[in-house]
Design a protein around this ligand. Structure first.
Ligand SMILES: [Zn+2]
Length: 274
């Protein structure tokens, strides 16, 4: 793999909340462990090298966060710009799934090509999405916006897996949502897997404790196995969980005013924009 196919991965925290273990782990009582408080952080991810900038998910909107009691820590347009992914520069946006905390700021990216699983799109624009257990995780106007973007021809739909750019592959695993996808990225420090909500917490993956919000439980367990296989084979060196408060501390703190907000993996290849 050439150097130009490697990326600087930036993980940026933009929101947070406090909840309980019995709220986040499905049928938690079955583990016979005491309940306890647990935090949940919210992230977006940016991949950059000399040739391109790719945004992975866009976070929740102010409204989507407020109605669910989530604390927003950043102005999102400003955050993306500080991360080197100014929405006006039309970076490609990979959407790992259509929950409110992943597509809430797609409206900032008015010119960007969007990469999304066809199965995910079909589910949220289809009949079953109206049911409470699914619907509580989306905003109707955000799904409608996704439909408008599709009508504009701006969504690059995929099934299974898709190379978004050299060194960046999106892989559909399902489970959490019908088309939940993970993103594998080449870096100077080895391949990184942005697990998004295929793995909210490291414990969820390490102890095979599925998250409470799930579309297909068998697929969710299979997703853990798929990820374990990728790590064991060396296809993945760094696993980045989607909502774990320990995530930022596991990687290199970003510099300057982003020090408490973001962490990075890999070095920016020569010629990458600062
Ligand atoms: Zn989700």
């Amino acid at each position: 793999m050439g150097e130009s196919d490697e990326y600087l991965v930036t993980i940026a925290k933009y929101g947070t909340r406090s909840t309980t273990r019995s709220d986040v782990y499905l049928n938690y009582h079955l583990y016979k462990q005491p309940d306890d408080a647990i935090g949940m952080d919210y992230f977006v991810w940016v991949l950059r090298n000399a040739e391109r900038t790719i945004v992975v998910d866009t976070g929740f909107s102010r409204h989507g966060g407020e109605v669910r009691g989530r604390r927003m820590l950043a102005d999102m347009a400003g955050l993306f710009t500080r991360l080197g992914a100014d929405p006006a520069s039309a970076p490609t946006v990979v959407v790992t799934h259509a929950h409110y905390d992943h597509i809430g700021n797609l409206g900032l990216f008015t010119e960007s090509p969007i990469v999304l699983s066809k199965r995910e799109y079909d589910f949220w624009t289809g009949d079953h999405a109206r049911h409470v257990l699914f619907h509580h995780s989306v905003e109707d106007d955000e799904i409608a916006q996704l439909s408008r973007i599709a009508a504009e021809g701006r969504i690059d739909f995929f099934s299974g897996r898709r190379e978004v750019a050299p060194g960046v592959e999106v892989i559909e695993v399902g489970g959490h949502t019908p088309g939940q996808s993970v993103v594998r990225v080449a870096t100077s420090d080895g391949p990184v897997l942005l697990a998004s909500d295929a793995v909210h917490y490291y414990e969820e993956y390490e102890s095979a404790m599925p998250f409470s919000s799930v579309a297909d439980l068998v697929a969710m367990y299979a997703g853990f196995d798929t990820i374990r296989g990728m790590i064991n084979s060396g296809d993945v060196r760094h696993l980045v969980a989607g909502h774990d408060p320990s995530t930022l501390g596991r990687f290199t703190p970003a510099e300057g005013d982003l020090v408490d907000v973001a962490a990075t993996i890999g070095t920016a290849p020569a010629g990458a924009r600062p």
